[in-house]
Design a protein around this ligand. Structure first.
Ligand SMILES: Nc1ncnc2c1ncn2[C@@H]1O[C@H](COP(=O)(O)OP(=O)(O)OP(=O)(O)O)[C@@H](O)[C@H]1O
Ligand SMILES: [Mg+2]
Length: 507
């Protein structure tokens, strides 16, 4: 028997659930879980462990191959998400499922438009949507198209949508992956008000700090099986990491790095771009890893897209000493510049194509005659370095877990032999072990001479792995830090205050 199950009747009990996909792909082998009313139940597991699969079974998006699901004492067999929603289970997907061209209000009530005399009741719809948006503290209107919102605000829309349902259980699959600390605090406040009303939350995250901040209990999954359920208080990080990885894993620590040379790979003395982007004196040398820190919307993504030719700019950029004016991504790729975008679903992958074809996309674009066997071998090697979990290199990317898709995006640019790598939140959705592997690979690429710019909202990561850290504020690069001497607090403060000159900050 798991910890204290007898204490209270669970709102949901999943017993020995399994999901096997055609071709005998075991996505979930044997998962058992019970959720109490009003608790935040976290789910922890490595990339590909089966978390999203388990959640989709609970939310009616997958029929389980084996096992049972009991909601409030009544056995259930949901055939689709609508049935689960009607029974009180609402899910916020890892890959958000909003329709970009529709408005916030339309998205929130998609599929269950309130009607009066059979017509769409716009007023009623607006009212329900507005109330839910207010609860999540959204600062945007009901009528804007979802595509125009940042990922963070799209996430808030999805949470608000879950609130418009009368849910007993709200499932959140890695909500924090797209949120900064302030936004996450807001989501946590929403979660606390929901649990106070007896609503249970099932919450997936790879970050231990979050599980500690919000979780009551945590269930660990490894290789598609439940390891155990633990109370969050009184269980050490060590115990949890061992439960999911089956081994000890050093958490992120700063490792010594060889100093890089003096050859400047890319420099932008002055640059202006959309959304108020204004860059001064930014440069990156061969072999150097530069971190970009700052709040969401501070200009990091805009800069990376400008450098990739994905957004227009004015000003000067030099690449390997020659003028560089990319008008489209193809210009950037031709000059050896690669981008791992923030939103892998929109820019990074062709989901229905084979893994190796995705990994080889930029190389295919450059060289028309290339053997597919060597592409298969090359991508398998890079993906192996990152311990990517897949069943065949010809499998469509859509079938991979979220974290493993991210590894495919990264491998594209490694295979392409990019000399300048622009990485926007590259570790988003990776488990602790995979994160460490990703940064080890980034460091290896730098040692081979690649120049790397990496934007991350997780300061710990860039603090441990970068040679220099530029802090962004309202579109400008305001201060540069040497992480071997600056403290984490200095860097965080600079991101919040945002002065360009250190002397402007009062002691
Ligand atoms: N539709 C599918 N067809 C085939 N295999 C699938 C399908 N969906 C998931 N899988 C496989 O099942 C395994 C579990 O995937 P799942 O998405 O549940 O992992 P996860 O724990 O959510 O990982 P992550 O932390 O990376 O999001 C993976 O190996 C994945 O490739
Ligand atoms: Mg997942």
């Amino acid at each position: 028997m798991r910890e204290n199950d007898a204490v209270e009747t669970p709102v949901l009990a999943v017993d020995h659930a399994a999901k096997i996909f055609p071709g005998n792909v075991v996505a979930l082998a044997d998962a058992t879980l019970s959720i109490r009313p009003g608790e935040v139940h976290c789910l922890l597991g490595a990339n590909g462990a089966g978390k999203s699969t388990l959640l989709k079974i609970i939310a009616g998006a997958h029929l389980p191959t084996k096992g049972s699901l009991v909601l409030d004492g009544v056995p259930q067999r949901f055939r689709n998400p609508l049935e689960a929603a009607r029974a009180g289970i609402s899910m916020i997907y890892q890959e958000l499922d909003l329709v970009g061209s529709l408005s916030v209000a339309q998205n929130m009530l998609l599929g269950r438009v309130p009607s009066r005399w059979g017509l769409v009741d716009r007023k009623h719809r607006a009212q329900i949507a507005a109330e839910a948006l207010e609860k999540v503290g959204a600062g945007f209107g009901l009528d804007v198209p979802v595509a125009s919102l940042s990922i963070a605000n799209q996430q808030l829309t999805a949470i608000a949508r879950a609130l418009t349902l009368d849910a007993k259980i709200i499932i959140m699959d890695e909500p924090s992956a797209a949120l900064n600390e302030t936004e996450l605090e807001r989501v946590f406040a929403v979660i606390r008000s929901l649990t106070a009303r007896g609503i249970a939350i099932l919450y997936v995250s790879h970050r231990m700090g979050e599980i500690r901040a919000i979780g009551d209990r945590v269930t660990a999954l490894r290789g598609g099986r439940t390891v155990d359920t633990f109370p969050v208080a009184g269980t050490s990080d060590q115990t949890l990491v061992e439960a999911v990885l089956g081994r000890n894993q050093a958490l992120l620590e700063r490792s010594a790095r060889a100093p890089c040379g003096d050859t400047v790979a890319l420099s932008a003395p002055f640059l202006k771009g959309p959304h108020g982007l204004e860059i001064r004196d930014l440069s990156v040398r061969e072999g150097e890893i530069i971190g970009l820190s700052g709040l969401n919307g501070s200009g990091r993504t805009s800069l990376l897209r400008v450098l990739f030719g994905d957004l227009p700019s004015t000003g000067d950029i030099l690449l390997n000493g020659r003028p560089y004016k990319p008008k489209q991504p193809a210009d950037a790729i031709a000059r050896g510049v690669g981008l791992v975008p923030e939103d892998r679903k929109m820019h990074g992958l062709v989901l229905d194509q084979a893994i190796y074809r995705n990994a080889a996309l930029p190389s295919l674009r450059r060289r028309r005659f290339i053997s597919h066997d060597s592409l298969r071998r090359g991508s398998a090697r890079v993906l192996g370095d990152l311990s990517t979990r897949f069943s065949a290199i010809d499998q469509p990317v859509r079938q991979l877990s979220g974290g493993n898709q991210q590894k495919v995006v990264f491998s594209k640019w490694v295979l392409n032999g990019s000399r300048v790598l622009l990485l926007d939140e590259p570790s988003r959705g990776l488990d602790v072990g995979a994160k460490a592997e990703l940064y080890a690979l980034i460091r290896r690429l730098a040692e081979q001479g690649a120049a790397i710019l990496v934007a991350s909202s997780e300061l710990d990561e860039i603090y441990a792995n970068c040679d220099r850290i530029w802090v962004f504020h309202e579109g400008r690069n305001v201060r540069c830090f040497d992480p071997t001497v600056a403290s984490r607090d200095d860097i965080l403060t600079a991101g919040l205050i945002g002065h360009r000159d250190a002397s402007e900050i009062a002691p």
